[in-house]
Design a protein around this ligand. Structure first.
Ligand SMILES: Cc1cc2nc3c(=O)[nH]c(=O)nc-3n(C[C@H](O)[C@H](O)[C@H](O)COP(=O)(O)O)c2cc1C
Length: 171
């Protein structure tokens, strides 16, 4: 099964998180997972994927203008209805608005006909109510992206397990 991650990034944090999600997805079973930056999406791969996870840095408590534009111009043209959709974000501040960005990415996916995934509390710890969040290394001294690596990997694995369950492939 193919699974895709599409992310926006300027300084690399969201790219790092996307890579960790892909690592987790590959742990779930027979999964070919790939991550693409907004500028470099393999649309053939994405159209064949059963699941798509979108990731975005938080800008002023909103998704980036580039992600919003991509959703409107490219995302809406993708035939993603029926796919499993997930979302994640990276931010500077613990309270900087990451959940809002994840929520609006999930809303965008639902608007395109996707089924929104979070995992919620169903799997126990780490509880990921909407999607995983990574806080960058810049200002809050107790934080660094690496602290969040396992959460992104676990999320990727859970997402892929759900996709494999929903879309069993016939041999
Ligand atoms: C223009 C701009 C606005 C930002 N606004 C927020 C914000 O509202 N809340 C927050 O927590 N972080 C904010 N950040 C920090 C980024 O979300 C954070 O550094 C993120 O990890 C960057 O992702 P990237 O390395 O993938 O580009 C902002 C950064 C920029 C450049």
């Amino acid at each position: 099964m193919k699974l895709a991650v599409i992310y926006d990034t300027k300084t690399g944090n969201t790219k790092k998180a996307a890579k960790w999600i892909v690592e987790g997805m590959k742990k779930a079973g027979d999964v070919e997972a790939k991550a693409f930056s907004l500028e470099d999406v393999d649309y053939t791969f994405v159209s064949q994927a059963k699941g798509l996870v979108l990731g975005c840095p938080v800008y002023a408590a909103l998704m980036t203008p580039a992600m919003r534009t991509w959703l409107m111009e490219s995302g809406m043209k993708l035939k993603v209805a029926g796919k499993l959709g997930g979302a994640f974000a990276t931010a500077q501040f613990t309270h900087g608005g990451a959940d809002l960005v994840i929520q609006s990415l999930l809303t965008g996916e639902i608007a395109m006909g996707m089924m929104a995934y979070s995992g919620g509390g169903a799997y126990g710890l780490p509880v990921i109510h909407l999607g995983p969040v990574g806080i960058n290394d810049n200002l809050e001294s107790h934080n660094k992206m690496e602290n969040y690596r396992d959460n992104f990997r676990i999320y990727g694995e859970r997402f892929a397990a759900k996709a494999l369950e929903l879309f069993p492939e016939k041999n």
